[in-house]
Ligand binder design. Structure first.
Ligand SMILES: NC(=O)c1ccc[n+]([C@@H]2O[C@H](COP(=O)([O-])OP(=O)(O)OC[C@H]3O[C@@H](n4cnc5c(N)ncnc54)[C@H](OP(=O)(O)O)[C@@H]3O)[C@@H](O)[C@H]2O)c1
Length: 302
């Protein structure tokens, strides 16, 4: 594994992390504890130390599987979770960003993750009006002082949200999470330059374009009704699958696993600290961890 420093947090994170939205059950399968354990144990063996989860991947369900899995070795992991939603059922959530409720969400996350601190607590893709409540950030910074949160972060919803990105240092947030992949390069324009200027860590999420950049889906491919991808616009999905075919043909060296190539592609950008691909099983953890072999030395966060 290779490691980089996550901006001003000083945390040394593995360049490949594990995204765990899928543990919440919105990706076409339900996870048993043993399956989550197998994924996280293998990730640890491969040197991965960063897990990204959220309050609303199930009703703290993903956090619960993680908490149970890592309770014997909590100190070996960097746990990133998020706040801002109440989960009511698959694909059914409400936004809740009032300071008092966010403290309750934090307490639930700590309890469920079976820990007394969260390494990176992220604003979960909320609107600017919720972000702009200064009492929210004052409340969160008190939790930092109390040691329940080590660092604050912002997971921006639109990957062009320069408003929230540019305010990060002001609210004491030290990392930005953003959609970035070979099909979607919008953060390169304004968000990444602002991250570099403020020395923020960057977690590139959806680095495989929801699995499309593995190259295994061809135009016309369909997804099960309980898989979040079945809710996407059909024409746009087909267009993206066509683009992936062209990228596979024109850019990916022969004999190279396309998913690993796609992760290493994200990690080349000087603003990007790490990628957090969603891993459904042990084979995907292994394939994704192997992307480090394609990552060149000399990145500014090393
Ligand atoms: N607003 C937010 O803050 C937000 C939003 C979205 C995501 N996230 C975070 O970012 C993480 C990653 O995003 P994501 O899971 O949506 O998208 P992603 O990482 O681009 O895609 C994950 C999917 O790709 C497929 N896959 C993974 N590794 C593979 C491999 N080696 N070979 C072939 N297929 C592979 C799997 O699905 P199949 O095998 O079924 O194709 C997997 O579920 C999430 O888990 C979550 O932690 C945060």
């Amino acid at each position: 594994m290779k490691y980089r420093v996550l901006g001003q947090t000083g945390l040394k994170v593995s360049v490949i992390g594990v995204g765990t939205w899928q543990f919440g059950g919105e990706w076409g399968r339900q996870y048993r504890q043993e399956e989550a354990d197998a994924i996280l144990n293998r990730a640890k063996e491969l040197g991965i130390n960063l897990i990204d989860t959220a309050e609303c991947y199930g009703d703290h369900l993903s956090e619960s599987l993680i908490g149970e899995s890592i309770r014997g070795n909590r100190q070996d992991w960097i746990l990133a979770t998020k706040f801002g939603h109440h989960f009511h059922g698959n694909f059914d959530r409400t936004d809740v960003y009032s300071p008092a409720d966010v403290v309750k969400q934090l307490e639930s996350s700590l309890r469920t993750l079976k820990t007394d601190y969260i390494d990176l607590y992220q604003f979960h893709s909320g609107p600017d009006a919720s972000f702009d409540q200064m009492e929210l950030w004052e409340t969160l910074n008190k939790q930092v002082e109390a040691g329940k949160i080590r660092h604050l972060g912002i997971s921006i919803g639109s990957n062009e949200n320069i408003h929230q990105t540019s305010q990060a240092s002001k609210v004491n947030a030290k990392a930005i999470q953003v959609v970035y992949n070979r099909l979607d390069r919008k953060p390169e324009k304004e968000v990444f330059p602002s991250c570099i200027e403020q020395n923020l860590g960057v977690l590139a999420r959806v680095p495989l374009a929801s699995g499309l950049l593995s190259g295994k889906y061809k135009p016309g491919a369909t997804f099960a009704a309980d898989d979040v991808r079945s809710r996407r616009d059909r024409a746009q999905l087909d267009q993206q699958m066509k683009e992936v075919e062209a990228i596979g043909r024109d850019e990916v060296p022969a004999g190279t696993d396309m998913a690993a190539w796609a992760l290493a592609w994200c990690l080349k950008h000087p603003a990007v600290t790490c990628v957090i691909p969603g891993c459904k099983d042990v084979a995907q953890v292994e394939a994704n961890a192997a992307a480090v072999d394609l990552v060149e030395k000399g990145h500014p966060h090393e």
